[in-house]
Design a binder for this molecule. Structure first.
Ligand SMILES: [Mg+2]
Length: 214
């Protein structure tokens, strides 16, 4: 099989770590609920699913949070608490940069929401360096729904084994593999980097003078 021509990155737990307990704690401080009750309400909840599928606006999401938790703060405060949950995974940011240095087009493919994206764009410079962004709330479908995979193929103009896709969730990579994409189930940065090197995508990267030494 020829090496893939583009690399598609999941965002959460691949390039950025995230921790909803931080948001749970900050939001809960302005409600009558416990930290864990608020966290459960925000993370992997039906409400978050609707927000990340683009079925509700930021304002509607906030109003629903207010209604269900009696949050006393402003929309701006809530947005800050809700979105400030991310931290970079440095070896994966470097892996992405190495692929860019090789001239390989890269894409973000993420189940996410507008509040998180504003925060990520503002706080993480690496995020500007992709050729395109396929985001669930814009496409109105979440991985592993086939609709968002088709949207990626349409945006990139690539199909099947031309695409290499990294994601930490098995159901998401399986949906890519079912379309003939090459996939890596990401568990740790060293393994993922080795798998990409084996595909030949980083040949020579990081050792620009190797040929001179031979
Ligand atoms: Mg993920």
């Amino acid at each position: 099989m020829p090496p893939p021509t583009i690399v598609v990155f999941d965002l959460g737990k691949v390039l950025l770590d995230f921790d909803y307990s931080i948001a749970g704690r900050r939001v809960a401080a302005q409600t009558q609920l416990s930290d864990s009750e608020v966290q459960k309400f925000l993370d992997q909840s039906p409400l978050l699913y609707r927000f990340e599928t683009g079925l509700m606006t930021q304002q509607q999401f906030f109003e629903e949070v207010q209604r269900q938790t009696s949050f006393r703060g402003s929309f701006e405060e809530f947005g800050g608490f809700f979105a400030d949950i991310f931290s970079e995974i440095p070896p994966m940011i470097e892996l992405h940069a190495a692929l860019r240095r090789k001239g390989i087009p890269t894409y973000i493919f993420s189940n996410t929401n507008a509040l998180a994206m504003v925060h990520v764009r503002h706080n993480f410079p690496f995020f500007a360096n992709f050729d395109g962004y396929i985001l669930s709330y814009e496409v109105k479908a979440m991985k592993p729904d086939a609709k968002i995979y088709a949207a990626l193929e349409e945006m990139t103009g690539r199909h099947g084994a031309e695409i290499l896709y990294l994601d930490d969730r098995p159901e998401n990579v399986e949906a890519g593999a079912a379309r003939g994409w090459q996939v890596i189930l990401h568990t740790d940065p060293t393994q993922t980097r080795t798998a990409i090197e084996r595909l030949g995508l980083l040949a020579g990267a990081g050792a620009p003078n190797a040929n001179l030494l031979q």
